[in-house]
Design a protein around this ligand. Structure first.
Ligand code: UDP
Length: 337
């Protein structure tokens, strides 16, 4: 079966495409390559384009006859969303409506949607269960929450079957080293700490040291990207097997502070991570940790690579390999992977 993967050249999308291709499914990637990479989409056809282009989506569906869709394509920086909410509502809401219209018109019933723990806002309960109130504190979370509501109503009206996967913090890289996290600019904790350890940036900033947490820094539930990829496969199987539409947290249930992640990077790399303490980043809640029971019960999902050390090790291997390749004479991702 062919599966449409929007944003399949991006970080989580590419790891999911790889896993699907190893399970006899053909990922058909649509990606505008604004943040994704052509080198990361190598497990099936890739169509370069944006979901604002409704004609393109319909053409892809007519050509490829996919059986289901996994929808990753979105803007996904909390900080940027605070400064440029228009971009977030346009990319994440309007473009998703375009996609859903095309899927419904093509008679496609199954969608797995990339949602986020940012839909919960500042949680009143920890770990966070799926039935926790959703009250986002940034436009990114708001845009994802809106799409979850759209899915709910489209399910009722048009019979769309969906699973919204609410990611906590995706991190790590393909354990086989074929793909990894590559954002420009990079804003995420683990790669930034690694870049600081590698000397690719002079230091990393610790955003907020006055949070009400044991060491004063923010706590997040880091989940390995390969584990996230597997959850998409399981969600597809669940839907195709007649499962009811629902939202599911993807996290490990373990929280790690910014300082703890920095220590893990220092341990794994054997290098120092130079840091500077900075103000809190707007839009960041103090603690986000998943109640991950539902993913296990409903989908049979068990994280395999999500210990902090496994996350940091795979990420370190990915980022330091690039450094080695460059120092060996210019082998780059574009032609080397
Ligand atoms: N963070 C930090 N310095 C950085 C990048 C991130 O202190 O250079 C913190 C950030 O404030 C948050 C945590 O690390 O508390 C995870 O941030 P990230 O951007 O990786 O993911 P997010 O939680 O925004 O999805």
């Amino acid at each position: 079966m062919k599966i449409l993967i929007t944003g399949g050249a991006g970080y989580i999308g590419s790891h999911t495409a790889k896993l699907l291709s190893h399970c006899s499914l053909i990922p058909v990637v649509v990606d505008d390559l604004s943040t994704g990479h052509r080198w990361a989409a190598k497990w099936g056809p890739i169509v370069e384009g944006n979901l604002a282009d409704t004609g393109l989506i319909r053409q892809v569906l007519a050509t490829h006859k996919v059986g289901a869709a996994i929808h990753f394509a979105a803007s996904a920086y909390v900080g940027e969303s605070m400064e440029d909410p228009r971009k977030y509502f346009r990319n994440n809401v309007i473009n998703t409506l375009n996609l859903l219209d095309a899927l419904i018109d093509a008679g496609l019933a199954y969608v797995v949607f990339s949602s986020t723990c940012a839909t919960y806002g500042t949680p009143a309960e920890m770990p966070i269960p799926e039935n926790h109130i959703q009250d986002p504190i940034n436009p990114y979370g708001e845009s994802k929450r809106f799409v979850e509501r759209v899915l709910h109503w489209y399910g009722r009206a048009y019979g769309l079957k969906w699973v919204a996967l609410r990611y906590f913090n995706a991190a790590g890289a393909d354990p086989e080293g074929e793909i990894g996290e590559e954002h420009d600019p990079e804003t995420h904790m683990v790669p930034i700490a690694i870049q600081a350890a590698l000397g690719k940036r002079p230091y990393m900033e610790v955003f907020g040291t006055d949070y009400p947490t044991p060491d004063g820094t923010a706590i997040r539930d880091y989940t390995h990207v390969t584990d996230l990829a597997r959850a998409h496969l399981l969600a597809l199987r669940y839907l195709l097997g007649g499962g009811k539409s629902t939202a599911v947290n993807l996290g490990t249930g373990n929280g790690h502070s910014v300082r703890k992640v920095i220590r893990a990077v220092e341990r794994v790399s054997g290098r120092r991570v130079p840091v500077r303490e900075a103000a809190r980043r707007p839009g960041d809640p103090p603690v986000l940790v998943a109640d991950s029971g539902k993913a296990c019960q409903l989908l049979g999902w068990q994280p395999q690579f999500s210990s902090l050390d496994a996350i940091v090790e795979t990420a370190w291997n990915w980022h330091s390999r690039e450094t080695k390749a460059h120092s060996m004479g210019g082998l780059t991702r574009g032609n080397g992977r």
